[in-house]
Design a protein around this ligand. Structure first.
Ligand SMILES: *[C@@H]1O[C@H](CO)[C@@H](O)[C@H](O)[C@H]1NC(C)=O
Ligand SMILES: *[C@@H]1O[C@H](CO)[C@@H](O)[C@H](O)[C@H]1NC(C)=O
Length: 209
C-alpha cells in the first residue's frame, strides 16, 4: 500500500471511530443487552389528552424523550391532539421536523403553504390541503407554514401526529408571536407586512393581549 493511502486510511479509521464513540457516548440507553431497561422504551397514557391549549380548542398529550428515554436516540416523538368542535392548532411552523398526521376520529382539515420564490412577488402561494377522516394520513414537510383545524361545529376530532425530531415543543403560533410581542411590533410594520389598516391591527392586538 502506498504510504499516502495508508495514512489516509488510518486517519479515516481514527476519525470514523471518534464519530462512532462520540455518538455512542451521547446515547441515553445502553444497547448492552444486560443493561437494557424495558421501561426506557415504553410509555403509556396516549389514550387521552390532558394539556388544553389556551384559546384554541385543542388538548395535547406529548410523548417525547421526557416520557420515553429511548426516544433520545430515535429522532421521533408523538403527540395526540383532541380537537373541540371548531378547535384547531393555528398557523405555525416546525423548523426542524416533518409532521405525519394520522386521523383517528372525526374529520380534520390540514394544510400547508408553499410560498412563491422572491423572483415572483405577485404570484400566489400553493395551498396544499386535505380533509382527514379516520385512517387517513397526511405529511407536512418541515419548515412549512401549516395548520390543523376541526371545522365541525358539533363533533370533536382526534389525531396522532408523529414528528421526525426528538425536541418537539409546543410551537410558537405565528399570530401570537406577531401580535402579542413585548415591546409591541409597530403598527406601521404590521400594516406593511399584512396590508391591514390601523383599526384592524389594534383590534387583533387586543384579542391577543
Ligand atoms: C387510559 O389508559 C390507562 C391505562 O394505561 C387507564 O388507567 C385510563 O383509565 C385510560 N383513560 C381513559 C380516558 O381511557
Ligand atoms: C349541529 O348542531 C346544530 C344545533 O344543535 C344543528 O342545528 C345542526 O344541524 C348540527 N349540524 C350538523 C352538521 O350535525
Amino acid at each position: 500500500m502506498e504510504p499516502n493511502i495508508a495514512i489516509s486510511m488510518t486517519m479515516y479509521l481514527i476519525i470514523s471511530n471518534i464519530f462512532l464513540y462520540s455518538f455512542a457516548s451521547e446515547a441515553p440507553v445502553h444497547e448492552d443487552s444486560k443493561l437494557v431497561n424495558p421501561n426506557d422504551y415504553f410509555g403509556s397514557g396516549i389514550n387521552t389528552s390532558d394539556l388544553p391549549q389556551p384559546g384554541v380548542g385543542v388538548s395535547l398529550n406529548i410523548i417525547d424523550a421526557n416520557k420515553i428515554p429511548a426516544l433520545k436516540s430515535s429522532s421521533m416523538s408523538i403527540v395526540r391532539g383532541d380537537f373541540d368542535p371548531l378547535g384547531g392548532v393555528p398557523i405555525h411552523i416546525h423548523p426542524h421536523s416533518n409532521e405525519l398526521v394520522v386521523g383517528l376520529k372525526g374529520s380534520i382539515h390540514v394544510g400547508f403553504l408553499v410560498p412563491c420564490s422572491l423572483e415572483q412577488p405577485t404570484c400566489k402561494s400553493q395551498h396544499v390541503t386535505k380533509i382527514l377522516n379516520p385512517g387517513d394520513v397526511f405529511i407536512i414537510p418541515e419548515g412549512r407554514i401549516h395548520y390543523l383545524q376541526n371545522m365541525d361545529r358539533n363533533a370533536s376530532a382526534t389525531a396522532f401526529t408523529i414528528f421526525s425530531n426528538i425536541d418537539f415543543f409546543i410551537p410558537p403560533l405565528i399570530g401570537r408571536t406577531i401580535f402579542a410581542a413585548d415591546p409591541p411590533v409597530d403598527d406601521r410594520i404590521i400594516e406593511n407586512s399584512f396590508r391591514l389598516d390601523k383599526t384592524a391591527i389594534e383590534d387583533v392586538k387586543m384579542k391577543f393581549n
